[in-house]
Design a binder for this molecule. Structure first.
Ligand SMILES: O=C(O)CCC(=O)C(=O)O
Ligand SMILES: [Fe+2]
Length: 318
């Protein structure tokens, strides 16, 4: 049939179409920048690169990505926690004190218990007190209950040092007591126990950590440990952080090691000024502090026992 408008028959159209298609096949598409370069074993190389990329991705994500963060420095947490099964030895021991047995063992973090002003007051006490002595290695402690203060490679009693009258005032002591009581009540609430069953115990101390080379084993704060094994009287441990991870120091995160074979199971807490970390002191909570790589990290370890015979009194003015 002939198209009235063009006067071309269907057969002619088919013929023209075929010719066009043939033309396309005959003309190769030119590469804008010339032909793709070829090199020997091109396929093997490109496959190798893809496999390397996949391996790099797997290595990178398993290295850091799977570690769990309980608290980042930037978080402001009213309360965040995790429960874990109590270690049986811990449970057997704490059962001697029935009102002190936790509903579940675990760890909790709160940024709302202690105010920034309270944290700053205690930071100044730590700075002033430790400046009277201080370890020659990377870890200094000050225990205002016993008076123990790191001094070079030894310890001295701060209350025997000249100038010690000034490092802590009556109002600092009152704040210390308020903070300790707030932490005690939070521990009781989180673990479902009676706060009257908790007593402050030894050692409760300020710590100052830096990247100085260690001089004695006391300076090596980065080893994995269980508090109940290091400090026999502990049942509940708490830390109050006085400086900020990343701003005041680098490194120095607190790390729970849930499975020593699998670092990606580690649970980390980044210190934040005024942040309180509380946990049961048994083998369900092995932990360490990462080495501080720069700056200075200040904290207070506030420790509680359920054994009244192991309790210590609130610090007094000297
Ligand atoms: O400073 C910390 O974050 C933890 C210190 C610690 O593990 C301890 O005093 O037993
Ligand atoms: Fe510890």
């Amino acid at each position: 049939m002939t198209n009235v408008m063009t006067g071309i028959t269907k057969a002619q159209k088919r013929k023209n179409g075929e010719k066009k298609n043939n033309d396309v096949k005959e003309t190769p598409t030119p590469y804008r920048y010339g032909p793709m370069p070829k090199f020997p074993n091109q396929r093997i190389w490109s496959r190798g690169i893809v496999i390397l990329g996949v391996l790099l991705y797997v290595w990178y994500t398993s290295k850091d990505g799977k570690e769990v963060s309980l608290a980042k420095q930037k978080d402001i947490l009213p309360m965040r926690g995790q429960t874990v099964d109590c270690d049986t030895k811990y449970l057997d021991e704490i059962k001697q004190f029935p009102t002190c047995v936790p509903i579940k063992c675990g760890r909790f973090v709160s940024d709302k218990l202690v105010t920034i002003n309270e944290a700053e007051t205690l930071l100044n006490v730590a700075k002033k007190g430790i400046s009277l002595g201080g370890s020659s290695g990377g870890a200094s402690i000050l225990d205002i209950h016993s008076g123990a203060l790191s001094f070079g490679e030894k310890f001295v009693n701060i209350y025997t040092l000249k100038g010690s009258e000034k490092f802590i005032t009556a109002s600092d002591l009152a704040i210390y007591k308020i903070v300790k009581n707030k932490i005690k009540h939070a521990i009781a609430e989180n673990f479902g126990i009676d706060s009257e069953s908790l007593y402050l115990t030894h050692p409760t101390f300020f710590s100052k950590l830096s990247n100085l080379e260690s001089k004695t084993p006391h300076d090596e704060y980065w080893h994995i440990h269980v508090d109940k094994e290091t400090y026999e009287s502990f049942h509940y441990t708490s830390l109050l952080y006085l400086t900020d991870f990343s701003n005041d120091f680098k490194g120095g995160r607190f790390v729970f090691v849930d499975d020593a074979e699998k670092p990606m199971k580690n649970v980390t807490v980044e210190p934040r000024k005024g942040r309180v970390l509380m946990f049961t002191s048994g083998a369900e909570n092995p932990h360490f502090v990462e080495r501080v790589t720069s700056g200075v990290r200040y904290a207070i370890t506030v420790s509680f026992t359920c054994d009244k015979t192991k309790s210590i009194s609130d610090p007094a003015a000297h």
